[in-house]
Design a protein around this ligand. Sequence first.
Ligand code: ZN
Length: 470
Amino acid sequence: MKKLLFLIIVILILSISAVYADTIGYTNISDIALYKDADYSSKITDVLNLNTKLEIIKEKNDWYSVRTQDGTSGWIEKYFVTVPAERYAANNTEYKINVRTSPTTLSKTVGQLNPGDKAKYIDTYHSWHIIEYNGNECYVASWLTDLEYGNSQKIYLLYDKTNIRNQASLNGSVLAQGNRYDSYDVISEKNGWLQIMLPDGQAGYVAGWITTYNQNYYSEEKLGYKKTAADLNIRSGPSANHNKVQVLTKGSTVKVVGSENGWDKIVSVSGTVGWCSSDYLSETYPLSGKSILLDPGHGGKDPGAISYSGKYEKYVNMEVTLKLKSILESMGARVYMTRTGDYYIANKERGRMADKLNADILLSIHHNSLNNSDYFGLSTYYNTINYKDPRYGYDLAEAIYLNAITVNGVYRDGILDRNYEVLRETNTPAALIEIGFMSNPQEEINIHNESFQDIMAEKIAAGIVDYFNN
Ligand SMILES: [Zn+2]
């Protein structure tokens, strides 16, 4: 009997920890250390990338104990982890919808969602929703399902005078306006738009990219880079009485994530966290001394993709490139462009230009298109032809991708190795981004929106800074 009781207790404990293991979070800052204990003076067990998926095992005060998919575990402050909303993929059609093993109709069907069924939503990839199905990660077509939110998920607005509309589109009429820091309950998500509940009880829609789930958005939005003005003691808290956890040499770059009583909370480029007196940090230009070649794809006789409504890709590529150029210049970079007007230039010439200029990186800006208007999402590309070091452009493509997909309403379409001429015909680390699908009527409208372009340019710039910090 005792043995049986013991067994029951063991089973109970196992099933409770299984429930905890279901909570997933993602790191919201690039290169952040994982610590052995909930304490910045403890050992570092790993350094995590931005957007690293974490299983949350337990919590203690302001810290989570987590496990990565690679199996390393440790403690991380809650501040650096975003726990996404509880979401469901719902079948609101009258038909059965296939559940598949991969994001393609060619993959194996493992079950079906009946009309009215809902499944726990994990993420979106290649225009398919990843759901939890019989304990496994499976895929359902996003164009057949709706994303619905669990109870009391809040969203915060990033800007003043944000329009809230009667449809999930910029074509919708404005029902109300909200301001920075306002929060609303979210009901559902569609085409990069969030359906929210207004104070008067009516539902409205707000563009996802001008919202955040993360309550740390005050600092997340404008991450401040600074440099140490002397060899500097880094402490575990905001005063000289706290333990010294590290010494950073003069001229080290740090990210400032918070401030308190003349002390700044910083993250070093190697991912360690601590506090130092604000007096010993000086302003810095994170891209000072870097030269960057930006390539607005297509031009002249080559319009690129033609959008659902008939617009040319070459123009929108140029719009985003000009925004990105001015952000990179404000960060201290020297920026060149492969073309400055609407004229044709061969892709191999664009690649070779990077070598001639002795640029540190080449980034080509594009927008995607497919003969299926259901497809959407953001992808980045690198190239490993010509026996290049496989990490050559990958690190750049990855850093940009990870930053770009932190934007609400921007969905993952992958980091892919492709034999693109512009990437192949250069010895400079090179990447290409396809910001969204112009062939998708909803995504096309987002792509042409100025606030969407501004935010994408900021995120691409943040990715470039991350690339150079590594
Ligand atoms: Zn293109």
